[in-house]
Design a protein around this ligand. Structure first.
Ligand code: NDP
Length: 248
């Protein structure tokens, strides 16, 4: 049921972590992939090489998703090089954790601009192409912090909660054009993003997870592939947790 042959995907923050796994998973299912990155060109090229080795087309596209002009140029490049865009995965994200008392204005701004405005920019830039195609699959990577809130992550939880509103609104706005928009909410997944969290936090996350293990980047990528495929063609505006049942 999940066959993405002939589809073109753009994955933001595809150079590392969860985004990298999403790129590889979509390519395994037949898609051609544009791998967006902000600064790490070497990592993005490594993902491109791995996708091309699978016999799919792939390109690396640099853009900082915070800035609409960069995103617009990126989308133009992808359409020129790969023909169109059927699937957009808004995965690029970062954290600047601190308690409210110590959170600086710039920590708030960069997290909102990257995680929330970045997704707005990308959806805005691809929607014309998707409307023309009368086909689109948009998947936003949020977080369980956006559902439950999290002490020390007011900026990040707000951005991810905002993405739920964006997801549901876009689902309603573009549904009549056969464009779906869904959100995937991972729990704790070991990547560069979470590498600095203390071992006690990691152990606690494991204990709170009924499935008894930490999640992997592949766990998230498989669910993204479902939303990106026609197996989920009648699902839109949905938020799906990928957290092993973690109590939150
Ligand atoms: P990583 O830090 O491992 O990777 C982040 C990716 O985002 C990199 O490819 C990076 O590119 C890219 N990126 C960051 N800022 C920008 C920007 N302004 N423009 C373009 N690309 C950017 O993070 P994860 O893989 O862990 O996280 C991926 C997503 O999953 C994020 O949205 C995160 O919030 C979400 N998430 C992660 C969880 C976890 O436990 N890991 C849990 C819940 C949600 P470059 O390499 O060039 O810097």
């Amino acid at each position: 049921m999940i066959d993405l042959t002939g589809k073109v995907a753009l994955v933001t923050g595809g150079s590392r972590g969860i985004g990298r796994a999403i790129c590889l998973q979509l390519a395994d299912l037949g898609a051609d992939v544009a791998v967006n990155y902000r600064g790490n060109a070497e990592a993005a090229q490594e993902v491109v090489d791995a996708i091309q080795a699978k016999g799919r087309r792939a390109i690396a596209v640099q853009a900082d998703v915070r800035f609409y002009n960069e995103v617009e140029a990126m989308v133009k490049t992808v359409v020129k090089e790969l023909g169109t865009i059927h699937i957009l995965v808004n995965n690029a994200g970062l954290t600047r954790d601190n308690v409210m008392m110590r959170m600086k204005e710039e920590d708030w701004d960069i997290v909102i601009d990257t995680n929330l405005k970045g997704a707005f920019n990308c959806i805005k830039a691809v929607q014309r192409t998707m409307i023309k195609n009368r086909y689109g699959r948009i998947v936003n990577i949020i977080s369980i912090a956006g559902i439950g809130g999290n002490a020390g992550q007011a900026n990040y939880a707000s951005a991810k909660a905002g993405l739920i509103g964006l997801t549901k609104s876009v689902a309603k706005e573009l549904g009549s054009r056969n464009i779906t928009c869904n959100a995937v909410a991972p729990g704790y997944i070991p990547t560069d993003l979470t590498a600095d969290l203390p071992e006690e936090f990691v152990e606690q996350a494991r204990k709170l997870t009924p499935l008894g293990r930490l999640g992997t980047v592949e766990d998230v990528a498989k669910v993204v592939a479902f939303f990106a495929s026609d197996a989920a063609e009648f699902v839109t505006g949905e938020v799906l947790r990928v957290d092993g049942g973690m109590i939150f």
